[in-house]
Design a protein. Structure first.
Length: 280
């Protein structure tokens, strides 16, 4: 009777959840309550980073929610780590691009060697620094805050988080070489997403393994870009998917060609989980 009651309660909790169309995979370890970036770690887990105020660490978590590896990233400072991406050689890139105070003019992306072959508990990082084409801080400007990057063809692409007053629903896509150095980002396009400030800001991005789809994440929405040529992402088709989820979704990556992994931060007793979503 106790076990039956447990399953009834569990089913009720799931049916009343705020996951929407997302399939629950696992709760993330309790210490990782501000997950801000994820990429696949083999077939059974993810690499995870956290944002401002957390350790300068890279974590590996399996699909059962176990913390199985913890690297201290050396030569870095977690001012505001906001996303994570990976290249074809397994190198990881941590985007220290958050700017809630709109007081930063130079931003950093840390390049890490493939962590699956690293030994010990420390991993080194090289530095990619960049500025947007504007040098002066614009207090209400969209050009100085980003929570989303992805890798494609030896370059990193940064998507801005819209901070305009009044809100205009746009995100701007900038391009930076993936080799260590100091750069001015190149504007390659912009997208008009939607007009609701609560959900129409980009919090993560991921490119499909074959490069044919670019998916952007917002608070409860996905934008799927396709039919583009080269890095003219803004010139292709764009479909919006309402996930029906109300948690603080901050992280996104492709698990395979059609399946996405998403993670949210823990807020007010909800979130802090890993989910799956299959693209239609």
């Amino acid at each position: 009777m106790i076990k039956i009651g447990y399953y009834i309660i569990f089913s009720l909790l799931i049916s009343c959840s705020n996951y929407g169309q997302l399939k629950f995979v696992t709760a993330l370890p309790g210490k990782l309550d501000e997950c801000s970036g994820i990429v696949p770690a083999g077939k059974d887990g993810i690499w995870v980073v956290e944002d401002h105020g957390n350790a300068d660490n890279l974590y590996r978590v399996n699909f059962r929610g176990d913390l199985v590896k913890n690297f201290e990233v050396t030569n870095v400072d977690n001012e505001d780590w906001e996303d994570l991406t990976v290249d074809e050689s397994g190198n990881l890139y941590i985007a220290d691009t958050g700017n809630n105070g709109l007081d930063r003019q130079e931003f950093i992306i840390y390049k890490l060697p493939d962590p699956s072959v690293e030994k010990g508990d420390k991993i080194p990082a090289e530095t990619i620094k960049f500025r947007y084409p504007w040098d002066s801080t614009i207090k209400e400007g969209y050009t100085h805050d980003s929570e989303a990057i992805f890798y494609a063809d030896r370059h990193l692409y940064v998507l801005t988080k819209n901070r305009m007053q009044p809100f205009d629903g746009k995100t701007y896509i900038y391009k930076i070489p993936s080799t260590p150095g100091r750069y001015t980002a190149e504007l390659v396009g912009s997208l008009q997403l939607c007009e609701d400030r609560r959900v129409c800001v980009v919090t993560a991005a991921s490119l499909s393994p074959d490069g044919s789809k670019l998916v952007l994440l917002g608070y409860g929405k996905l934008w799927v870009l396709s039919d583009y040529t080269g890095d003219s992402f803004a010139e292709g088709a764009m479909d919006m998917i309402d996930l029906g989820a109300s948690t603080q979704l901050e992280s996104l990556c492709f698990k395979d060609g059609k399946t996405l992994l998403l993670a949210d931060e823990e807020r007010a007793g909800s979130g802090g989980n890993l989910y799956e979503f299959t693209l239609p």
